[in-house]
Design a protein around this ligand. Structure first.
Ligand code: F6P
Length: 360
């Protein structure tokens, strides 16, 4: 059996732990060969296909390392591949054929919803036997309580809130922390609760500046500093989407923290400062839970291949690994449910979401 393995989409802590688990289980548990494909679909597009033999000895020391030793990409969708003239072209047939160039019997791909969607389409086109592993700091893949990388990102964001607390208190300031999460507020919600924020703004709950400032005024009557955690995709005060364009013409979130801080300062007279946490949330050693998940997902994914069960994604439900159809996991975007238990927890602690009645 020749098993392919790739990591796709934005990197996150815990991917090397996945690689280690898959290689260890496949080689030592089943006696298979594992080929690691470099840079996800980019590696499958190259000729010869850009891949390397992975051995248990070769991956023995990577459990606690951030990033991915295979490399990854969150650009250049093979179905709409950027061409030199600025248009896009469909390179999916070449990428799909890369699997057969390597003479693979099956492929395990770790990715978020976007990557799993692309891999699944390639699998259908090229006759691949595919098993998916959910990874994304955004935690926006359905049917799994945790995706790999989420807990590490939350740990980093929580530490940032802790650090902001002390400097906020020293200067009697309102500190605004902008965190990642793409279109979902999972990181902001979890880190806001774990760090004891006063206000959490997430894209799933519309806010008013009046309600946010009402909470901040309430705080100023007491301890005179506040912490606001805002998810990057929260809309601006006038309902506008806040994005910037990068050098490749791709738009990305960023800048909402500064706008919120500006508005708070103008409306309350408070001194505000902004921290944009950015890619710090993706690097560094994986948190223990991500190492556990990565290990459990890796072993289970290999065993799914051994059982001939394909087009499935491993998932974490009720403290155990299960598997679900990839199609179901990516069918709908998984944002924060405004009625989620953690939203109730936060409200129960007096944390504002900016939608509080009587303050708008
Ligand atoms: O999906 C992971 C993520 O880190 C998002 O939270 C963020 O919006 C995006 O990727 C950033 O992408 P890039 O690494 O291309 O800047």
């Amino acid at each position: 059996m020749r098993l392919g393995l790739l990591t796709s989409g934005g990197d996150c802590a815990g991917l090397n732990a996945v690689i280690r688990a898959v290689v260890t289980r496949a080689v030592l548990g089943h006696g298979w060969q594992v080929l690691g494909i470099r840079q996800a679909t980019h590696g499958l597009l190259s000729r010869p296909v850009d891949a390397l033999d992975l051995t248990p000895d070769g991956v023995a020391g990577v459990l606690n390392l951030g990033g991915t030793l295979l490399g990854t990409t969150n650009r250049d969708n093979p179905f709409a591949y950027p061409a030199k003239d600025g248009h896009t072209t469909d390179r999916s047939a070449v990428v799909a054929a890369g699997y057969h160039e390597l003479r693979l019997d099956a492929l395990i791909g770790a990715g978020g919803d976007g990557s799993l969607n692309i891999l699944r389409r390639l699998a259908a086109q090229g006759g691949w036997k595919l098993v998916g592993i959910p990874k994304t700091i955004d935690n926006d893949v359905r049917h799994t309580e945790h995706a790999i990388g989420f807990n590490s990102a939350v740990a980093i964001a929580t530490e940032a809130v802790d650090r902001l607390h002390v400097t906020a208190a020293s200067h009697s300031r309102v500190m605004v922390l902008e965190v990642m999460g793409r279109d979902a507020g999972h990181i902001a919600l979890a880190a806001g609760i774990a760090g004891g924020a006063d206000v959490i703004l997430i894209p799933e709950i519309p806010y008013t500046m009046a309600a946010i400032c009402g909470k901040i005024e309430e705080r100023r009557r007491g301890r005179n500093f506040s912490i606001v955690v805002v998810a990057e995709s929260v809309k601006g005060p006038a309902g506008e989407t806040i994005t910037t364009m990068d050098a490749h013409g791709q738009s990305r979130y960023g800048g909402i923290g500064a706008l919120i801080a500006q508005e708070i300062a103008a409306r309350t007279g408070a001194e505000t400062r902004v921290t944009v946490l950015g890619h710090v949330q993706r690097g560094g050693a994986p948190a223990p839970l991500d190492r556990v998940l990565a290990s459990a997902f890796g072993v289970y994914a290999v065993d799914l291949v051994a059982a001939g069960r394909y087009d499935r994604m491993v998932a974490w439900q009720n403290r155990r690994v299960v598997d679900v159809p990839i199609a179901e996991a990516i069918a709908h975007y998984h944002g924060v449910d405004p009625d989620d238990a953690l939203v109730h927890t936060a409200r129960g602690l007096g944390i504002a979401f900016g939608d509080e009645v009587g303050r708008d």
